[in-house]
Every structure is written in structure tokens, then in C-alpha cells.
Ligand binder design. Structure first.
Ligand code: DC
Length: 218
């Protein structure tokens, strides 16, 4: 069994930035489970599947295979053998992933992949239900959050830097909607595991958050 660190929290809390740095510091493998849901979302978008049509999504799962690999230590996502890593981080893909991740067949599809990675290796795995559902016996559980305002501002700055035209209002609205969906869905909703350490990064720098999390890890 590998040493397992679970890190859950809402969209834009900085999970991936922080988890990558903790992984580097501690020598763990970083596993981004949101990217797996995004990989499947690309499949649904390519097929033109309506995310509200649960049966169509479940059916479309049957001819999708999501696998994971590492290139120079960076996680790559393959959809039916094609490397789709460069296509994952758009709002369209994120929203499709958020909507379809509420459907049991979608979660079922990725469960074994996530658990088997944690079984074999020392991992820090980020997502929404890692501490509560995927790895209930994880050695360390972190619930990383920040206020909606902070998360929206971080996302706004990131998009501006990439030269993407966007408005604060729209980003805040998107974040609130995503929180609502991820936290209220019936299956594996986002919530803090009882034994998770709560870290609110609203007023913390990145190194402070990394230090705080590292202090709980082996
Ligand atoms: O972390 P992210 O924004 O890349 O995740 C995209 C969506 O995938 C998120 O809105 C909800 C879903 N997701 C999930 O349901 N369970 C996970 N463990 C990770 C992501």
C-alpha cells in the first residue's frame, strides 16, 4: 500500500498548484482526478452528448477509456489512446465535467483507476471525494478551501495573464454554480471528511499553504 494524501476542496481553491508543490517536496506522485473527469467530458463534447440526459451519458461511457501516464513527472490524460492533456483546462470542459460527474456510471468508470494508483504508489491525490469516498483510509486528509471572492480573483488573474477576456462577475457566478452542483449532488458530493484538516487559504501565500500541508505529512 502506498502512502496516501487526499486533498479535496472546491473549484479554484488552489488544490493542483499546492498538491504539485507538496508532491515535489515530499517525493509523492501527484494525481489530479479532476483531469480524469475532464478527459471523459471531452469524449461527451466530441459526441455531442447532452449532460442533462443521464442515459445518453451512461451509454457514451461505454466507448470511452481514460488512462493516465507521466511525461517528465507531469500527469498526462489519454482518451481512447489520444493524449488530450492540452485540451482539459477550458471552462466548457470544466462545466461538462462538473455536470456529468454527478452521474453514477461516470464515477464508476474512474473509481478503479484512482484506487489502483493509490494502492501502488505514494500519492497526493486531489479531487472532491478523495478523503470521503475514494481513499477513506488515506494517511492524511486535507480540505483546502478559500472564499468565493478569493477564488474568483485568482481565476480572473490567471485568465487575464493568458490574454483571455473575462469578467469578475461571470467568474464568480460560475464558481458559485460549480460549488452548488459539486456540493449538492446525490452521489459523492464535495464535503470535508470528518478527519480532514481544514486549510482556508484565503489569506495565506502559496509557500504558507505548502508548509502547513507538509507539516501533516510523513
Ligand atoms: O478539479 P477540477 O475543476 O479539474 O474538476 C472538474 C470537475 O470534475 C469538478 O467540477 C467536479 C468533478 N470532479 C469530481 O466530481 N470528483 C473529483 N474527485 C474530481 C473532480
Amino acid at each position: 500500500m502506498g502512502y496516501n494524501v487526499a486533498i479535496d476542496g472546491p473549484a479554484g481553491a488552489g488544490k493542483s498548484t499546492i498538491a504539485k508543490l507538496v508532491a515535489k517536496e515530499k517525493g509523492y506522485i501527484y494525481v489530479d482526478t479532476g483531469a480524469m473527469y475532464r478527459g471523459l467530458a471531452i469524449h461527451f463534447l466530441k459526441k455531442g452528448v447532452d449532460p442533462e440526459d443521464k442515459n445518453a451519458v451512461a451509454e457514451a461511457c461505454k466507448d470511452a477509456e481514460v488512462t493516465i501516464g507521466y511525461e517528465n513527472g507531469v500527469q498526462q490524460i489519454y482518451l481512447n489512446g489520444e493524449n488530450v492533456t492540452g485540451m482539459l483546462r477550458t471552462e466548457e470542459v470544466g462545466n461538462m465535467a462538473s455536470k456529468t460527474s454527478a452521474i453514477p456510471e461516470v464515477r464508476e468508470k474512474l473509481l478503479d483507476l484512482q484506487r489502483s494508483l493509490a494502492e501502488e504508489k505514494d500519492v497526493i491525490m486531489d479531487g472532491r471525494d478523495i478523503g470521503t469516498n475514494i481513499l477513506p483510509d488515506a494517511d492524511v486528509k486535507i480540505y483546502l478551501t478559500a472564499s468565493v471572492e478569493t477564488r474568483a480573483k485568482r481565476r480572473y488573474d490567471e485568465l487575464k495573464e493568458k490574454g483571455v477576456d473575462c469578467s469578475m462577475e461571470e467568474i464568480s457566478k460560475d464558481i458559485r454554480e460549480r460549488d452548488e452542483r459539486d456540493m449538492t449532488r446525490e452521489i459523492a458530493p464535495l464535503r470535508k471528511a470528518e478527519d480532514a484538516v481544514l486549510v482556508d487559504s484565503s489569506d495565506m501565500t502559496i509557500p504558507e499553504v505548502v508548509d502547513e500541508i507538509c507539516s501533516h505529512c510523513r
